[in-house]
Design a protein around this ligand. Structure first.
Ligand code: C2E
Ligand code: MG
Ligand code: MG
Ligand code: MG
Length: 273
């Protein structure tokens, strides 16, 4: 019968779902253990001036040194960490390690940007706790910057604005990450004290050398928007010198990507520098 075929397929589907659920459970308990064992660490990717490649700062990127699975990237566990609420504990571990590393990352005005997950950014305690941690590690607030995605601004914009103002007044600047991929209601952007828009790498990877095509149009529009709001732009995911050149022509002066450097653990970075 046709039905039995359908049923077979259903069972297959069910089996996959079941395995997926087990995988999630596995990762969830692994995550809890990893927090206790402090298996999370930051890798650092330089952020550079596009014309001469001079380093202006670093972005700290979360890595999980898993006992059996090896080095894990955020996309493999961030969703689960966010859903289960463990992201906040993981973020704090990363920030401690980052603040501890800052003196070895070079002198001011070099800064290090940390990512704060949208859910975590909505916490009314985030700003105070971050400032306390900076104090504990004796790090000047202007050595640290924050990256949040648009999701952090949407649910409770007033709280997000308060957090940003508090941080900015203390010297910690915030950038909007992955710009152009979210819900980008342009009408609200000016309400937030952001210093930069980070152009999502999907637009950078599609840039044509002749600056035709929709990605160049989007980059141009983001550049103009940022300019009129008094913000900078930072381009993500620059992999080729053609992309670098196109960005320079579009008046984007700062960026990061494999063309310049991969994210690396601190010891390797120190030798690259
Ligand atoms: P993001 O903040 O947009 O980070 C940029 C991502 O692009 C990083 O991925 C980086 O490794 C990657 N990248 C850099 N240059 C290139 C390039 O030239 N080509 C390509 N294809 N990719 C490039 P990664 O490290 O896997 O991080 C993914 C996302 O995870 C981040 O996106 C950020 O949203 C999140 N994340 C990273 N670290 C943390 C953290 O400490 N806490 C939280 N809550 N989220 C984090
Ligand atoms: Mg980021
Ligand atoms: Mg990004
Ligand atoms: Mg991203």
């Amino acid at each position: 019968r046709a039905k039995s075929r359908g049923r077979q397929r259903y069972e297959l589907f069910d089996q996959t779902l079941h395995e997926e659920a087990l995988h999630v459970l596995d990762l969830e308990s692994d995550l809890r253990r990893a927090i206790v064992r402090r298996e999370f660490m930051p890798y650092f990717q330089p952020i550079v001036r596009l014309d001469d490649g001079a380093i202006v700062g670093y972005e700290a990127l979360l890595r999980w040194q898993h006992k059996e699975r090896g080095l894990m990237l955020p996309h493999e566990f961030l969703g689960i960490a966010e859903d289960s609420g463990s992201i906040e504990l993981i973020d704090w571990q990363i920030y401690e390690r980052v603040f501890d590393a800052i003196p070895r990352l070079g002198a001011a005005p070099l800064y290090t940007a940390i990512n704060v997950s949208a859910r975590h950014f909505r916490s009314p305690y985030l700003a105070e706790r971050l400032l306390e941690l900076l104090e504990t590690y004796q790090v000047a607030p202007d050595r640290v910057r924050i990256e949040v995605t648009e999701g952090a601004l949407l649910e409770n914009p007033d709280q997000a604005r308060q957090t940003m103002l508090r941080l900015r007044d203390a010297g910690v600047l915030c950038a909007l990450d992955d710009f152009g991929t979210g819900y980008s209601s342009l009408s609200y952007l000016h309400r937030f004290p952001l210093y930069a828009l980070k152009i999502d790498r999907s637009f950078v990877s599609d840039l044509q050398p002749d600056l035709g095509g929709s990605s160049a149009a989007v980059v141009r529009a983001i550049r103009a928007l940022a300019g009129s709001l008094g913000m900078e732009v930072i381009a993500e995911g620059i992999e080729t010198s053609a992309q670098r050149q196109a960005l320079i022509e579009l008046d984007c002066r700062v960026g990061q990507g494999f063309l310049f450097a991969q994210p690396q653990p601190l010891p390797k970075l120190a030798t690259v520098n």
